[in-house]
Ligand binder design. Sequence first.
Ligand SMILES: Nc1ncnc2c1ncn2[C@@H]1O[C@H](COP(=O)(O)OP(=O)(O)O)[C@@H](O)[C@H]1O
Ligand SMILES: [Mg+2]
Length: 361
Amino acid sequence: MPAFPLPPGSTIGILGGGQLGRMLALAAARLGFDTAIYDAKPRTPAGRVSALEVTGAWDDRAALERFAAACDVVTLEFENVPVGAVEILTSLGAEVAPGARALAVAQDRVEEKTFLNGHGCPTVEFEPVDDLDGLRRALDRLGAPALLKTRREGYDGKGQVWVRDAAEADAGWTAVGRRPAILEARAVFVRELSVIAARGRDGAVVSYPLGENRHEAGVLRVTRAPAIVSDHTRTAAEAIARKVLEGLDYVGVVGVELFELEGGRLLVNEIAPRVHNTGHWTQDGCLCHQFEQAVRAVAGWPLGPATAVAEVEMTNLLGPEVERWRELATDPSIRLHLYNKGDARPGRKMAHANRVLRTLP
Ligand SMILES: Nc1ncnc2c1ncn2[C@@H]1O[C@H](COP(=O)(O)OP(=O)(O)O)[C@@H](O)[C@H]1O
Ligand SMILES: [Mg+2]
């Protein structure tokens, strides 16, 4: 166990080399840390701004050993890091936060909802689905339309299909690849909100003001924050975040996606055991943004202030939209965050633009 708080000059390992890892690495650098990135591919967005990049598969023991030897603490930016990789790192003496339990819960939609409901956080009704007959029974109980999702490895709306009536069961089951799945009752929400929160090694918890999120085709398009919500909603969201963090004995930043129903009741959609796209507004809207907060938490520093100083509208630039950087760079209200990913495939998250709408008193 390293001695916390880690002093500047220590190395923070990050599992995954995408844009979240890149922004974590930049925040770590500001506090005087080095970062080491572990990813299956070389020259990742995060690796390009880190002191060390280790390239290896998630079960490559030798590569994981090299990585562990370089790190004083390890965190992650990719929620589908196999739990086995974290277990290997832990067996090598690495301190990984958030740990294997948080990952295991967040990686399986049935485990996740079971955990949430068991800790007093309501979700839509759901049924695990293992075969076509099971899907038919689940449709009978939950009613249609309902959303069929793979239990594992879905992201950005991938691995999901609406089943509009019993006659679509067969097609739906095929569409998700006849894999272990979950059927979810439809959430009739007024809007989607999220709360980003953090827990330090001392058990302290902070929550950021809520974000209001708009998705298109399952992918986040815009977050506007701080969202205008009632005191009751804000308190309820903060209570949910605290239950999640304490229930998982969590260290780090978590993203909690919420559905707001008519009348203000909140359901949890899903949790992400990492910094979250709906928290990118904090980079230009809060005193201490989610990336610095994550670094502080895993390094055993006191948490920073999650206070909002500006109202921000964050827009994801997907695929070729990244070419808009020229025009956006001329707009003084826009703060650009570009990920230096080579290939601007349609739909791929390439950058985001934070528009500062106004500073807050
Ligand atoms: N049960 C549901 N009812 C209605 N809409 C849903 C439901 N589950 C997901 N969605 C919509 O689909 C989006 C993506 O689903 P989500 O479970 O968050 O998957 P991903 O892991 O791909 O982000 C959500 O943000 C929401 O807009
Ligand atoms: Mg989601």
